[in-house]
Design a protein around this ligand. Sequence first.
Ligand code: HPA
Length: 236
Amino acid sequence: MATPHIAADVGEIAKTVLMPGDPLRAKFIADTYLKDVKRFNTVRNMFGYTGTYHGKPISVMGSGMGMPSIGIYSYELFQFFGVERIVRIGSCGAYTADLNLYDVVLAEYAWSESTFAQTQSGSSEPIHITHPSAELNRELEQIASKLDIPIHKGPIHSSDVFYRTSLDHVQEIHAAEGCLAVEMESFALFHNAKTLGKQAACLLTVSDNLITMEETTSEERQNAFTKMMDIALGLA
Ligand code: HPA
């Protein structure tokens, strides 16, 4: 079976899918952590792989950057491929000096100025907050605690814009909405999961701090991924 963006058979994709933004990171995760790996998607080079972790099936696939992209892939995985749980594993920019580079953030909910949720569901009212699955978040928190990996749980900002003329807005969103950090995908992922009766969650690694202006290189980010990966793979 093929959807416009995923060419795979239904049984080729596991019930749980981990989604980094970068398809090459999906490949790296499959190569590094999974056994008996089979690639199930190459459409647009948005690679997806299924393998086993400690003998249990799990898939990993790139989501691309931004809400339109993860909106498409998560919808197709949930609706047409029998996927039940998607965990986004990404990077974020911290909105508070209290977060250090490489800290792990678990999204309590996503706040956004995006019209994705309103448009997707044809709502007459604006929707600014979407929630992850409470059950999935509980599981992720338990795994992190067992592995002794500290996590920061709080609201996050899903933004449509990476490059801004001014960072004033950042302070406002932190103050008004309490968002700990910014990324660009979770709001849409959470909305799709809720709309389709599925589960989603989001784990993030701090890659830059918009208050202290510390940042990491893309190479460092790749390596710093481990803590977040260990937690997410615990779901298998
Ligand atoms: N903005 C948006 N998304 C991000 C950022 C950022 O500064 N850092 C990592 N993901």
